[in-house]
Design a protein around this ligand. Structure first.
Ligand SMILES: Cc1cc2nc3c(=O)[nH]c(=O)nc-3n(C[C@H](O)[C@H](O)[C@H](O)COP(=O)(O)OP(=O)(O)OC[C@H]3O[C@@H](n4cnc5c(N)ncnc54)[C@H](O)[C@@H]3O)c2cc1C
Length: 404
């Protein structure tokens, strides 16, 4: 395996690095309007929707170029694009399964963040067992379905204009076979979005209550009752995404940690002089490098056009569990300084990006690190997928799989 970059990729990286050095905002964009403006600046420079086909407003770039942009963004500690769910996997799902009219109507405004998207899959009793969802879509006979039910953990729900929605269209068939997928207008009567307060203090996700809301028949994506297949496409994109940029973000946090342990003192000595601290830092750095090579393996498969499919569960399980260990170690080594939240005096706290993209401290990054082992399928679910679909082990014994 050749681990060197091709000359054209090196040139692309240098140009990208220069652009982010010159354009990354000096002050973190805070309001929605400021975040949209930064997103638009990146889009106009060609750094959003890298893999999307040119005909739908993307760059038609290679997976390597996309990875380089994510890597350089992380290196510059640039704020991420705002419409991450839309651009990362809802748009690509529409490109694969949508009609031409849907592509023309939705994709461009998703890329430019004129319309923000969310994912309406999970429900209070349908998370890991997503196929057990109860939200109903009833055919109203004319041009639309009537939607009633409740969704939960809807990221970006409070700011979303549109959502990709899974709802039950047939309750008489086995549960996976009676689900349909819709593109759903969040700004209509009958949709009530209630933000949820998170442990970090922010409210990036929400509950969504739908009472007699409307989904147009022209917004059905794929076939009626074919929603499960669409959900698999979405989850596949979600689990394999942004591998190299993530490692660079960890590395940036690692450098913050090293800087802090050089400055902070315990019992009159710099923390870095404590042999136990040094050994722990060395061990976690080795793990970080393992993450880098795992990311390169994903990138190599994508570059060769190989599907990452169920194997993306291995990457997801590995990096999310690593992230928990990494930030837990940071909090442990830093002691009381590791507990500082944003808003503490600048001279004692290092600011860094959390896995959600919002800026924070080691404490918020530690709190956020729990989320990765839950969303897009929890660690236990990834282990089931790896066992059954990658290793070919016997299927998990589950009540809904038993006959009679
Ligand atoms: C930060 C964050 C953002 C999210 N954003 C969105 C979003 O935008 N849109 C959306 O639709 N959803 C979103 N989710 C929801 C997420 O997909 C679900 O939380 C996840 O699928 C787990 O479902 P659950 O919370 O209902 O837990 P449950 O399914 O109730 O699981 C509870 C526990 O039981 C374990 N478990 C369940 N089934 C099995 C099994 N068969 N074998 C072994 N162990 C099992 C789980 O691993 C877990 O530890 C988000 C979640 C988080 C944390």
């Amino acid at each position: 395996m050749d681990l060197n970059y091709a000359p054209e990729d090196r040139a692309f990286r240098e140009a990208t690095r220069r652009w982010f050095q010159a354009n990354t905002p000096k002050v973190e964009p805070k309001t929605l309007a400021e975040r949209k403006a930064w997103h638009r600046t990146m889009y106009d420079a060609g750094y959003v929707g890298m893999l999307w086909p040119k005909e739908y407003g993307g760059r038609g770039a290679t997976p390597m170029q996309q990875a380089i942009v994510q890597d350089e963004m992380a290196r510059a500690e640039a704020p991420p694009p705002i419409n991450g769910l839309g651009i990362g996997f809802i748009g690509p799902t529409i490109i694969v399964h949508g009609t031409e009219a849907q592509k023309q109507r939705y994709l461009q405004k998703m890329l430019t963040a004129e319309e923000i998207w969310c994912q309406l899959y999970s429900e209070p009793n349908a998370g890991s067992d997503l196929a057990g969802l109860k939200t109903r879509a009833e055919d109203a006979g004319d041009d639309f379905f009537v939607i009633s039910g409740q969704k939960i953990w809807t990221s970006s729900g409070p700011i979303a204009d549109w959502g990709i929605l899974l709802a039950r269209t047939d309750s008489k068939v086995p549960k996976h076979k009676g689900i349909s997928c819709f593109l759903f207008n969040m700004r209509q009567p009958g949709v009530d979005v209630r933000p949820l307060k998170q442990i970090t203090g922010s409210s990036l996700f929400s509950e969504v209550f739908m009472t007699g809301a409307r989904a147009e028949k022209s917004d059905l994506i794929g076939k009626l009752n074919g929603g499960w297949e669409i959900a698999q496409t979405t989850l596949g994109y979600e689990r394999g995404a942004n591998s190299l940029g993530r490692v660079t973000r960890y590395l940036t946090a690692f450098h913050h940690l090293v800087r802090m342990v050089k400055e902070l003192k315990r019992n009159g000595k710099a923390l870095i002089d404590d042999p136990v601290v040094r050994a722990k830092l060395g061990k976690i750095f080795t793990e970080l490098e393992v993450q880098r090579y795992a990311a390169l393996r994903v990138l190599s498969a994508l570059s060769k056009g190989e599907p990452i499919s169920a194997a993306s569960s291995i990457t997801k399980l590995s990096y999310t569990e690593f992230e928990k260990r990494f930030f837990e170690l940071g909090v442990e080594i830093l002691g009381p300084w590791g507990q500082l939240m944003p808003g503490s005096p600048d001279d004692v706290v290092e600011e860094m990006s959390t896995s959600s993209g919002e800026p924070g401290t080691f404490a918020t990054a530690y709190l956020w690190s729990r989320a990765g082992t839950i969303y897009s399928g929890s660690s236990e679910i990834q282990k089931n997928v790896i066992g059954e679909r990658v290793l070919g082990l016997p299927k998990e014994v589950r009540a809904d799989r038993m006959k009679g």
